[in-house]
Ligand binder design. Structure first.
Ligand code: ATP
Ligand code: MG
Length: 137
């Protein structure tokens, strides 16, 4: 059994899509084992996306991710990391497969509604970034 980390980004929270996205996650057989809502500080967003520091989209990404509340989740299931990446679809919604979260909900490459860890190492780091061990069921 594997765990991954997911974010419902500010664009999706603003458009009342938390429930729809949770529905898709659960319908895909992934269990939400921890969840909370928070408004990221600039420092939290910069640290979370540190791997992208210096890239042309970094400052805009940090600004977007701090523009309103997000929800953060830990998802659990067999091959949860890969299965959730597939459920999200490609970063660019125009390239995302039909029926994926980004194809159906994302507005653009930046305002793309969801985040999901891309590897076991990322999942471990990202879960620990937002959740204490006793916050995960
Ligand atoms: P995420 O890490 O959010 O799950 P991802 O792994 O598909 O998405 P990354 O390459 O890690 O994509 O980029 C992180 C985020 O930065 C993207 O989800 C998107 O919001 C933003 N981003 C990436 N590339 C661009 C770009 N060219 N223009 C604008 N925003 C971008
Ligand atoms: Mg990524």
């Amino acid at each position: 059994i594997e765990r991954t980390f997911s974010i419902v980004k500010p664009d999706a929270v603003k458009r009342n899509l938390i429930g729809a996205i949770y529905q898709r996650i659960e319908a895909a057989g992934l269990q939400i084992v921890a969840a909370k809502m928070l408004h990221l500080t600039k420092e939290q967003a910069q640290g979370f996306y540190a791997e992208h520091e210096g890239k042309p989209f970094y400052d805009g990404l940090v600004e977007f991710m701090t523009s309103g509340p997000v929800t953060v989740q830990v998802l659990e299931g067999e091959n949860a990391i890969t299965r959730y990446r597939e459920l999200m679809g490609k970063t660019n919604p125009e390239e995302a497969a039909c029926g994926t979260l980004r194809a159906d909900f994302a507005e653009s490459m930046r305002f793309n509604s969801v985040h999901g860890s891309d590897s076991p190492a990322s999942a471990e780091r990202e879960i620990a970034y937002f959740f204490a061990g006793d916050e995960i069921c």
